[in-house]
Design a protein around this ligand. Structure first.
Ligand SMILES: [Fe+2]
Ligand SMILES: [Fe+2]
Length: 196
């Protein structure tokens, strides 16, 4: 069960496959940023041992994904181009509240990035030209699906503490709001050979 409210435009996969070098390189950058985000959350919340351990393990997995992706880039005789930034993620981050809801929002935004990435990796896992790459993408998609759940669970845990019992319902309500916003952001972005 995904938290996404919309399916990716089916034309996206054609665009992504039409410039596979660009898509693979962008994907490598996504994995690198997933590592950085997890490490930053660990650095910002040393007083939450459960979160620290879970996100440290996540960072380790994302680093393995990054290594797998740079291996694919190198196999194709390429080097990583500069990171072009990610307007999808930038727009999601603008929705993060300041103050008490900040960490919950950061974790929920993390869940949506994982969910959308997972959905698209699954599409690539069905459509890529060779079986080795299809298998890699199926494996990555499965891992990102686990990360989606991990971020939602962490958000619920953090939110539940915050409002003594009523916290979980508030987190689920916020998840619904962000789900609508995420679907609108994804639908408005141009279809490009990148993950988002
Ligand atoms: Fe990943
Ligand atoms: Fe992930």
């Amino acid at each position: 069960m995904t938290i996404l409210r919309s399916a990716t435009d089916p034309r996206w996969v054609e665009v992504a496959l039409s410039d596979l070098d660009a898509t693979l390189a962008d994907h490598a950058h996504c994995e690198k940023k997933a590592v950085a985000t997890a490490v930053k959350l660990v650095a910002d919340h040393p007083d939450r041992p459960g979160l620290v351990r879970t996100l440290a393990r996540l960072a380790q997995e994302e680093l393995q994904h990054f290594l797998a992706m740079i291996t694919e880039v190198e196999r194709r005789g390429r080097t990583l181009p500069p990171d072009q930034g990610d307007p999808y993620v930038q727009q999601l981050l603008k929705l993060v509240r300041s103050g008490a809801g900040r960490l919950v929002d950061q974790l929920l935004v993390g869940a949506f990035i994982e969910a959308r990435s997972c959905e698209r990796m699954r599409l690539l896992g069905e459509r890529l030209p060779d079986e080795r790459l299809r298998e890699l993408y199926r494996r990555l998609a499965q891992s990102e699906a686990g990360h989606e759940t991990l971020f939602v669970d962490l958000a619920v845990e953090v939110g539940a503490e915050a409002a003594g019992g009523k916290g979980e319902a508030a987190v689920r309500a916020r998840l619904d709001e962000l789900a609508e916003a995420e679907a609108a952001i994804a639908a408005a972005l141009p279809l490009l050979p990148r993950m988002h």
